[in-house]
Design a protein. Structure first.
Length: 74
């Protein structure tokens, strides 16, 4: 969590990485702090693939959150 990960589901954490190179840095960090027991899996997906996820929380419909602002630095 201190490295920018957010809980997506119980025991599942996500982190946005701007590039494959940036993801490799965080994968290395995770590998360096693996717990003595348990399993860790890492799956890299594109923004498009993540955006196509369909999430269902209950039978009641909920308003979708407004999209966050994307910042671009030069």
């Amino acid at each position: 969590m201190n490295d920018g990960f957010t809980m997506f589901q119980f025991s599942i954490y996500v982190r946005h990485c701007a590039s494959r190179e940036n993801a490799a840095v965080h994968i290395k960090r995770v590998k360096n702090i693996l717990p003595p027991h348990g399993d860790v899996g890492i799956l890299c997906i594109t923004d498009k693939q993540f955006g196509d996820i369909e999430l269902y929380h209950s039978q009641k419909e909920k308003d979708l959150p407004t999209e966050g602002q994307q910042l671009e630095l030069f």
